[in-house]
Structure formats: structure tokens, C-alpha cells
Design a protein around this ligand. Structure first.
Ligand code: 13P
Ligand code: SF4
Length: 353
């Protein structure tokens, strides 16, 4: 039986008088104004503010369904850079909204809760990166986009999970690289590029690190015919590849993919069942993209507490009150922009629709 992604807080649909909402029309039978739902108010306010609502693939289903665009971190960065809306409402975590602000300094960028951080981004700060660079003078710094603006400002080129290998391939093979902050993504990039001159920061995302080899082995053994999608931040990535190489699971059924890559793969899948090793918010988009395949989480507890801080109530408050606005000081933003723009120019375009 499919194990459904758990929504931590059930959606509270707010019923608001239409008069306070500028929603036109009256109820002919009763003569009263019609009432608007939460989703109608969100759409009306977004239109009034000329705001585009972006949602990461890990957001709560209600947030994904109301957004103008849902995608992976690279795809959403591109959309934020290209939109002609005046405001960007970023339903994701803080580094993602900050990246949108870096790319579009003239736009107002908001996140419904500025406390939505990222345990992976918190594993390295600017002082630690300065010290690491001093130990490897001349090395090129490749930072995963899950980093603060200050760390990006000290970076040569950013990457996401969908273009990390292409970014590294674009660098002279003789050149020493500092790759940060995710150790599992770094190990994956080392493996696929065959380079051994990459130093990897020992950071991890607590959600993906908790998708363990034992979770994987148990789920795969219980579903031997299923395909397997694994996000490269997962603690089980190496075990999955080892199981595929040893024949314990069929190698051609195992895919290491970014969240956007999973979606593309799901659209063309003819499998009866797919096991998904990533944050469980992803299941919503996968199930919508392919309703005939069953998508099961490798670890049903793998929910990102930061992503889930963006609730329907906070999105509405953000649109009504303009909270929380994201600011990045000009010097930091200018330095970070070069690294982010290099990332956008390289390889896989990411995914966002
Ligand atoms: P993507 O780059 O695949 O969207 O993932 C972002 C992220 O935060 C993974 O945990
Ligand atoms: Fe950060 Fe992990 Fe949450 Fe992604 S899933 S936002 S890496 S804490």
C-alpha cells in the first residue's frame, strides 16, 4: 500500500468576507457577498502585488498547489531571475530566497518565515571558508547553492544537485577544487567525474543523512521490482551504488537524481512502483506527474522541518503584510552574483514549471 506523505498541520482554510478581499460579485439567493477561500485570497493578493509565488518541490502540498511555479532550487533560481513580476514570494528555505534576491536586487523578495533555515547551509560559515581557502591557496571553490550569501560571496562557482558534476567538469582537470558543504554530494561528484583532486567539506543535511543504508536495504528487499530514485545528499547513496554494482539491486533501475531530475524521470516511467529516497514533500509532485505509478518513500519520516515552516497561514500573512522581506547587502550580493550566474550558465537547466 502506498505510504502517503504526512502533512504536519492540516490545512486551515480561512473563510474571509469577500468585501475585505476585493472579490467581486454577490450571492443572488441571499443577497450577501460570496465568501472567499484561503486560495482565492492568496491569488487575489498575488495579482494585486504583481507577485510571483515560487514553491520548492519539498513544500507542503497546499503550498505547491497554489504556487505559480514549483521546481528544484536551480529551476526556481532561473525563474526568479527571468520573471517580470515586481515581487517574488519564495516558498522554500532562506538560502533559496536569498539567491533570488542576489539575482534580482531590484525586486522585492519575501519568504513567509525568515526562520526557515537549512541545517546543511549552517555547516559552514564565511570565517570557516576563509580559513579553508587559506589552507589551499589557488584552489577553485565550488559551493552547493545550499549556502549563505556570505559563503557564496567567497565562492568561484555555485552548483546544485542537478548540475554539480557539470560544474566540476567545466573546471581544468589539473585544478584543485574545494567542494562544499555536502559530503555525500561531494562523494557523488568525485565518483562520476573520476577526479581525486576534490577536497570535500564534511557537512550534511540531517534529513537526507537520516535516509540510511538500512532504510534502503529494507525497502529495496521488500520491493524487488521497484525502480529507485535517490537524491545525492542521502546518506544511503554509496550503499545504493554498491548494491547496484554487486547485483543486489538492478543497476539500471537505480537513479541518482536532483528533485527536478526525479520529476523528469517520473514523467516517463512505466514502472508499477518507484522507491524515493529524498524529503517526502517530493512525493506530491511525483504522484501528480505520474498517477499510474506508485511512489513510496524509502524513509517516510524524512520531512524537512525548515521547509514545513512555510504554512498556508504564513503565506497569506506574507501577502497581506509583506513579511518577511529578504535583504542582502550590496557588496555581498555583487560578489555572490558572479558565482550564482556561473552556475546558471552551466549544464542541466534544472526544473521548474
Ligand atoms: P534540489 O537542488 O534538488 O532542489 O534540492 C535542494 C535541497 O535543499 C535538497 O535538500
Ligand atoms: Fe536543507 Fe536538508 Fe531541508 Fe534541503 S532538506 S532544505 S538540505 S535541511
Amino acid at each position: 500500500m502506498a505510504c502517503k506523505a504526512k502533512t504536519p498541520r492540516s490545512l486551515k482554510v480561512e473563510v474571509i468576507m469577500a468585501t475585505t478581499l476585493n472579490v467581486n460579485g454577490t450571492n443572488a439567493a441571499s443577497g450577501t457577498s460570496p465568501r472567499s477561500t484561503w486560495s482565492e485570497e492568496v491569488r487575489v493578493l498575488a495579482r494585486e502585488r504583481n507577485a510571483v509565488i515560487l514553491a520548492h518541490n519539498y513544500q507542503l502540498p497546499e503550498i505547491q498547489d497554489i504556487a505559480d511555479h514549483v521546481g528544484d532550487s536551480l529551476g526556481l533560481s532561473r525563474i526568479a531571475a527571468e520573471t517580470d513580476a515586481d515581487e517574488v514570494i519564495f516558498c522554500g528555505v532562506h538560502f533559496m530566497a536569498e539567491t533570488a534576491k542576489i539575482l534580482s536586487p531590484e525586486k522585492r523578495v519575501f519568504i513567509p518565515d525568515a526562520n526557515a533555515g537549512c541545517s546543511l547551509a549552517d555547516t559552514i560559515n564565511a570565517d570557516q571558508l576563509r580559513e579553508w581557502k587559506a589552507q589551499h591557496p589557488g584552489a577553485i571553490v565550488v559551493s552547493y547553492v545550499n549556502t549563505t550569501a556570505e559563503v557564496k560571496a567567497l565562492t568561484d562557482v555555485c552548483c546544485t544537485s542537478s548540475n554539480a558534476a557539470d560544474v566540476v567538469r567545466s573546471i581544468d582537470p589539473e585544478q584543485e577544487i574545494l567542494f562544499l558543504p555536502d559530503q555525500f554530494l561531494g562523494a557523488h561528484v568525485r565518483r562520476v567525474t573520476g577526479r581525486n583532486n576534490i577536497h570535500v567539506w564534511a557537512g550534511e543535511c540531517h534529513v537526507h543523512a537520516d535516509i540510511s543504508p538500512s532504510d534502503l536495504v529494507d525497502t529495496v528487499r521488500a520491493n524487488t521490482d521497484a525502480e529507485l530514485y535517490i537524491h545525492p545528499e542521502c546518506g544511503c547513496t554509496t550503499s545504493a551504488l554498491w548494491m547496484a554494482e554487486s547485483g543486489e539491486i538492478p543497476g539500471n533501475n537505480t537513479h541518482i537524481l536532483s528533485t527536478g531530475g526525479m520529476l523528469e524521470e517520473a514523467k516517463k516511467s512505466t514502472s508499477e512502483r518507484v522507491l524515493v529516497a529524498t524529503e517526502i514533500g517530493m512525493l506530491h509532485q511525483l504522484r501528480k506527474a505520474n498517477p499510474t505509478t506508485e511512489f513510496l518513500p524509502v524513509n517516510p519520516q524524512a520531512a524537512c522541518p525548515f521547509m514545513q515552516m512555510i504554512t498556508p497561514e504564513k503565506l497569506l500573512k506574507c501577502l497581506r503584510e509583506g513579511t518577511d522581506e529578504v535583504f542582502v547587502d550590496k557588496r555581498t550580493a555583487d560578489a555572490a552574483r558572479t558565482a550564482v550566474e556561473r552556475m546558471i550558465a552551466i549544464g542541466n537547466p534544472g526544473s521548474g514549471e
